[in-house]
Structure formats: C-alpha cells, structure tokens
Design a protein around this ligand. Structure first.
Ligand code: SF4
Length: 111
C-alpha cells in the first residue's frame, strides 16, 4: 500500500470537494496507477495564491507518511473550470526542492 498526499487549489475549493481525486486514488487509475494501491494520508490546499504555503504543506504530508505528493488536476489542468494555476511550475519546483528526490511530486491526478 503506497501512502500518498494530495495538494489542491484553494481557489477551487468552493467548486469541487475533490471527489474524483478520492475515487481515482482508491481505484488506482489515471496518475495513481503507478502507485496503486494507494492510501491517502492527507488532502490539503495550496494555501492560496501564489502557492508558497504548498511547500510547507507538502513537507507536512511527508511527515505524516506520504511517499508521493500529488498536485491535483485543478492546479495544472485547471479542473473543473479550465483555469490552470499560473504558479504551477514554480510551486512544483519549490516542493521538489524541499522534498528532495526521494519523494516524487506528480502534477496531475485525473483527466
Ligand atoms: S496558487 Fe494556484 S493552486 Fe494555489 S490558489 Fe492560486 S491558482 Fe490555485
């Protein structure tokens, strides 16, 4: 069982409770396929623009056991309203720098 954490866009919390992320993680589909079976250890937001808080939150997920951190598809793909995060690249790079190579950072969750 692979333990994973998910970071989502705070701006879309009013529009989406993350249902598809939970379903796909449980089913081991889409971005979760290489990590299946998965157990979600935490589901947090980026903390709001420009996403700087996501770095500490990613570390918190790892401290709680996450072996991989996923940026939900609301961030890179702009789900569900087709408005991708303008800070996605910088956020992912900062998280990767903080976590190091041992913890993969995946920048999508589902189609
Ligand atoms: S930084 Fe990106 S992911 Fe976070 S709230 Fe702003 S638009 Fe959403």
């Amino acid at each position: 069982m692979k333990k994973i954490g998910i970071i989502r866009c705070q701006q879309t919390e009013d529009l989406c409770p993350g249902t598809t992320d939970f379903k796909c993680a449980q089913a081991g589909t889409f971005a979760f396929e290489p990590f299946a079976p998965c157990e979600i250890v935490g589901f947090v937001s980026c903390g709001g623009c420009p996403g700087k808080r996501a770095v500490a939150r990613a570390k918190m997920l790892v401290d709680r056991g996450a072996e991989a951190v996923f940026l939900a598809s609301c961030i890179r793909k702009g789900k569900p309203i087709d408005m991708p995060c303008p800070h996605a690249d910088a956020m992912k790079a900062a998280i990767e720098k903080k976590l190091g190579e041992a913890v993969p950072v995946i920048d999508w969750t589902h189609a």
